[in-house]
Structure formats: structure tokens, C-alpha cells
Design a protein around this ligand. Structure first.
Ligand code: SF4
Length: 166
């Protein structure tokens, strides 16, 4: 894990389940036939066709990138707002990393099924939160073993569920 870098997906998954974060960081491949994985792909590929999608900037992979009134806007697409706080942190992470690269951007959380959109701005409090979160994720990922499974409401839809509860 010498070259390990925290990514937006890991920020998202850490809020859901630190064990899942460990699996992902170790590149244990999730069940690619899982219907949630398929649906996520569908949302990213079809819903925001006019904007640039799946843009890679260094270690960042953002869902949507567009310009609005001369301002760079990074969009994060989610199926539902049930984990809105995790999605907001993921987006703050992107904005923070971009700022460290000298790029100022605003964020938009997009919930197409709910026709909902939320603006996200990186402020000092957000920056502090993200730096603390990055340290926590690095600590979990650098452990030799994953954290033990802990039932959370997301387990039933988790692509790693067989590795925890089979
Ligand atoms: S099944 Fe539950 S405990 Fe296991 S990795 Fe997924 S969310 Fe975490």
C-alpha cells in the first residue's frame, strides 16, 4: 500500500462501512453483476449525456464536469439521497483535492431519480473535515486485516455481502 492514495469512492464508502473501504482499497473486485453496480453505470452513462462524464483528473474520477457562468462545476450523481451526507463528503473531497492542485470549483450533488440537486461549496470547516477523514481512511486501509463486519442498513445491497455474511 506504499503508493496508496485516498479516492472519492473510498471517502464515500468509508461513511457507509469501513470494512467495505478496506476491500475496495485492496482492489478486491466487487460482484460486477450486482444490479446496483449496473444501475450506477446506467445513471452515469445515460442521464447527464450533455456534460462531460467520468472525467479523470489525477487520482480523481468525477461523474460530471461542466462549466456554468465561467465557473468549473463538479457533479456527483447518486441513485438516492438516502446517503446524502456521504455523497456531500465525497464531493467536498473532490473540491479539496482540486483546490490543492490550484483549481477552484463548485460542487453539485445530483439525484436524478428524485429530480433533486444540491450546491456544495468547500469552506474551511469542510477542508478540516476532509483532512481528518483522509487520515482515518489511511489508518483503516493500512491495517493488515479488514475491520470486522458490522451490520448496517446497506449490507443487503452491498456487493461484498457474501464475504461478510455467507
Ligand atoms: S456487507 Fe455490510 S459489513 Fe460487509 S462490507 Fe458490505 S456493508 Fe460492510
Amino acid at each position: 500500500m506504499a503508493n496508496f492514495q485516498v479516492t472519492g469512492s473510498l471517502v464515500w464508502y468509508y461513511q457507509i462501512c469501513p470494512r467495505e473501504t478496506w476491500f475496495l482499497a485492496r482492489q478486491l473486485v466487487a460482484d460486477q453483476d450486482d444490479e446496483n453496480v449496473d444501475y450506477g453505470r446506467f445513471l452515469q452513462e445515460k442521464v447527464y449525456q450533455r456534460d462531460k462524464k467520468d472525467v479523470t483528473i489525477g487520482h480523481l474520477k468525477v461523474d460530471v464536469m461542466k462549466s456554468k457562468g465561467g465557473q468549473l462545476v463538479i457533479g456527483e450523481v447518486k441513485k438516492s439521497s438516502a446517503s446524502e451526507d456521504s455523497a456531500r463528503l465525497q464531493l467536498l473531497f473532490y473540491l479539496n483535492e482540486l483546490q490543492e492542485m490550484g483549481v477552484t470549483a463548485k460542487g453539485e450533488l445530483l439525484f436524478p431519480e428524485e429530480r433533486k440537486k444540491e450546491q456544495v461549496i468547500l469552506d474551511e470547516e469542510g477542508k478540516k473535515k476532509i483532512e481528518e477523514l483522509k487520515e482515518k481512511i489511511k489508518k483503516v486501509v493500512s491495517s493488515e486485516l479488514p475491520p470486522p463486519p458490522r451490520k448496517v442498513r446497506w449490507c443487503k445491497n452491498c456487493a461484498y455481502r457474501e464475504m461478510c455474511w455467507a
